[in-house]
Design a protein. Structure first.
Length: 234
């Protein structure tokens, strides 16, 4: 039987602020104070390094990127270095799960379905040099990245889909641990911009379908009230 998924559109949120909110929401979910929740937002320009990031991914040196207005933040998610910026759809599912690999695969399937609803033939995962890489691809071009962290059975972090964002910052780094990766976006694939809201709504619909949830939009005030009394994450 389908259960509710709280969904909230946050707009443009600084990365550290969003991370702090995720942590609070996850504590509430771990305490069963709220149902599974999906936060949808954009970030100002930022590179995030993950647990498996390695020296050399930021080849120009941190000062070079900061001079161009791009923040750099270390995170505890899976995966490697990636870029976030305005026009990219970021989704943070705060969900109770049993199998992280199955969760990632289901998330990929939902994004693929949302792309196909818009006429783009996405596919999940790619095998390169004998290794399997997560994410969503259009031929050999990567359009979506996924990285999760699970604590006490509840996820944090999530997915990022290139919609109308600037792709140049990906070319300045080793993105996703792949020196030769070609990133793409809905805007690049279709030759036009203005996809964000429509695509976001398709992702919510397909995400709920894939995870057998019913979408329940909530406002920030409702969420803050629900998580206010939850214990801090252990």
């Amino acid at each position: 039987m389908a259960v509710d998924l709280w969904t909230m559109n946050l707009g443009l949120v600084e990365y550290r602020e969003a991370h702090a909110l995720q942590t609070r929401v996850r504590s509430a979910r771990q305490a069963d104070a709220i149902p599974d929740t999906l936060l949808l937002l954009e970030h100002p320009p930022v590179y995030t390094r993950a647990r498996r990031s390695y020296p050399g991914e930021l080849g120009m040196g941190e000062a070079w990127y900061r001079e161009r207005g791009i923040d750099i933040v270390d995170t505890d998610r899976g995966g490697r270095l990636t870029y976030h910026g305005p026009g990219q759809l970021v989704g943070y599912p705060i969900m109770r799960i049993d199998d992280i690999l199955a969760c990632v695969a289901t998330m990929e399937d939902a994004i693929v379905a949302a792309l196909r609803d818009g006429g783009l033939p996405g596919a999940r995962g790619r095998s390169r040099e004998g290794r399997e890489y997560t994410g969503v691809w259009i031929d050999e071009r990567k359009i979506a990245s996924i990285g999760l962290h699970v604590s006490r059975g509840v996820t944090m972090h999530g997915f990022a889909v290139n919609v109308d964002n600037d792709l140049a910052p990906f070319d300045w780094v080793v993105a996703c641990g792949l020196p030769d990766v070609r990133m793409t976006s809905l805007a690049r694939e279709t030759g036009r911009e203005g996809h964000f809201v429509g695509f976001r709504d398709r992702v919510v619909a397909r995400f709920c379908e894939a995870f057998d949830h019913l979408p329940e939009p909530v406002g920030r005030e409702t969420l803050e009230s629900a998580i206010a009394g939850a214990p801090a994450e252990l």
